[in-house]
Design a binder for this molecule. Structure first.
Ligand SMILES: NC(=O)c1ccc[n+]([C@@H]2O[C@H](COP(=O)([O-])OP(=O)(O)OC[C@H]3O[C@@H](n4cnc5c(N)ncnc54)[C@H](O)[C@@H]3O)[C@@H](O)[C@H]2O)c1
Length: 445
């Protein structure tokens, strides 16, 4: 089938390449010419495991093309995927300008039936706005061409996006039109062979499902972070508590890790957007508000621990950071906890020496050259002349470090583990003070 994808970011590229991989002809459109030039020269603008290889093979097979030519995009695909950003507006609600711009582009150029498939995360009611935008643009042209708007929210996780798309937990198709549902069922059939995971529902419920899922996941994280702070205060070990509660199948072990807060392009903005939707309808979403408030506080926790350890004297200190991306296996720095930590450290007069396996270019792009940020080539180099080490992102390569070497390299032998990935006994045995989340600090043996 012929498929067009508007937006060649995390979601658009993964959607496009996975649909190409199963045999469709995919044209990916973006308004950013630099991105399209890079893709057309064999590069990939983001780090996502497996993505580059898959794009390469599908380009070579002639099933995947990239262009800034929106008109060609509209002419190409029966399916017009919308995978553009929906960043937060000033009040936290989702900014729909990019989604509606694509809708108008499609209305402007379509001359036969098209299915607009909304993959961007958008508030309930957006499909109606997209349809209205297409109709208005068509009316201005004096034409009326049939189309449908489907809500098909994306649930991929950055870092495991290809696998998530290829083997989805669910495929949600929101449409009131049974014929459109069947066309999408056919498009998704290769990803739906093992058992039927495609769920059709009304458009509004489909739009809402995405926010509900992200709000639930963010709630789990903030809930555990709240408990971790209480555990620390009462002298309990949150990691033992985690294992204790996870054994109850009604709770489960998944996604209940305490840490230094959630970031990324989805949870923060989606929780805020849902909050705004509720408020706009006169409902005060107390729990959602608390989820974000707890996360906001949690992102400052590592700084507070570091500041407390050094008696609030951080000016001139050098803090080594391992991990900058908002989570492992991505270079995405949007709302990353590392950013809050670095900015607080800089405001307190400290310097940062940081290493991340893939997110250093992105960090450089965001912060530019500044004297209080040094990005280094490997994890151990971050420790040169540093007072303390902080782990912010749980990359696997940080999970089994040489504690003795860390102890020898640091001026004040203290290690802050913002993701509870290390064994505090081993750190303490090597002479390090080990400070983590929701556990009493381990002092050197
Ligand atoms: N990143 C994720 O993990 C993830 C997961 C599920 C859902 N989502 C949702 O998917 C949507 C896209 O997210 P993303 O992370 O891929 O964003 P992104 O910022 O990585 O990519 C968006 C792309 O759209 C392009 N764009 C903007 N306007 C355009 C237009 N008129 N025509 C063509 N291209 C245009 C931008 O240049 C950019 O390259 C958002 O709504 C997001 O909430 C993201």
């Amino acid at each position: 089938m012929d498929v067009t994808v508007f937006g060649s970011g995390y979601v658009g590229l993964v959607t496009g390449v996975c649909l190409a991989e199963v045999g469709n002809n995919v044209l990916c459109i973006d308004i950013d010419p630099k991105k399209i030039d890079l893709l057309n020269s064999g590069g990939v603008p983001i780090h996502e495991p497996g993505l580059e290889e898959l794009i390469k093979s599908n380009r070579e097979a002639g099933r995947m093309h990239f262009s800034t030519d929106a008109e060609a995009g509209v002419k190409h695909g029966l399916f017009q995927f919308i995978a553009v950003g929906t960043p937060p507006d000033e009040d936290g609600s989702a900014d729909l300008q990019y989604v509606l711009a694509v809708a108008r582009t499609i209305g402007q150029h379509m001359d036969s039936y098209r299915i607009l498939v909304d993959k961007s995360t958008v508030p309930v009611g957006t499909a109606d706005k997209v349809a209205a935008a297409v109709r208005e643009t068509q009316a201005a042209r004096g034409v009326s061409v049939e189309f449908d708007v489907v809500s098909n929210p994306e649930f991929l996780k950055e870092g495991a996006a290809i696998d998530d798309f290829m083997r989805p937990d669910r495929i949600i198709v929101g449409t009131d039109n049974p014929r459109t549902a069947e066309l999408l069922r056919a498009l998704y059939a290769p990803f739906n062979r093992n058992r039927d995971r495609l769920m059709t529902m009304d458009v509004r419920s489909a739009e809402f499902t995405k926010y509900a899922a992200n709000a639930m996941l963010a709630t789990k994280i903030s809930f555990m972070n709240e408990l971790s702070n209480i555990a620390e205060a009462v002298g309990a070990d949150i990691e033992r508590v985690r294992i204790g509660i996870g054994s109850d199948p009604r709770i489960g072990y998944q996604f209940i890790y305490p840490g230094c807060g959630y970031g990324g392009s989805c949870f923060p903005k989606d929780v805020r957007a849902l909050e705004q939707t509720a408020r706009g309808l006169g409902y005060e979403p107390q729990l959602l508000h608390a989820v974000e408030a707890v996360n906001f506080r949690q992102k400052a926790l590592l700084f507070n621990k570091i500041s407390h350890y050094f008696n609030r004297e951080l000016a001139g200190r050098v803090i080594a950071i391992w991990g900058l991306a908002f989570k492992p296996n991505t270079d995405d720095m949007r709302e990353a906890s590392s950013r809050v930590l670095m900015e607080l450290l800089w405001a307190a007069g400290a310097k940062v020496q940081a290493f991340d396996p893939v997110a250093m270019d992105e960090t450089q792009r965001i912060y530019g050259d500044r004297p209080d940020l040094q990005l280094v080539d490997d994890a151990m180099s971050a420790l040169d002349g540093a007072d303390a080490l902080v782990i912010v992102t749980e990359w696997s390569q940080f999970r089994s470090p040489n504690f003795a070497a860390i102890k020898n390299a640091l001026k004040a032998p203290v290690l802050f583990d913002g993701r509870n990935i290390l064994d505090g006994h081993l750190a303490a045995a090597a002479g390090l003070t080990y400070i983590s989340i929701g556990r009493v600090p381990r002092l050197p043996d």
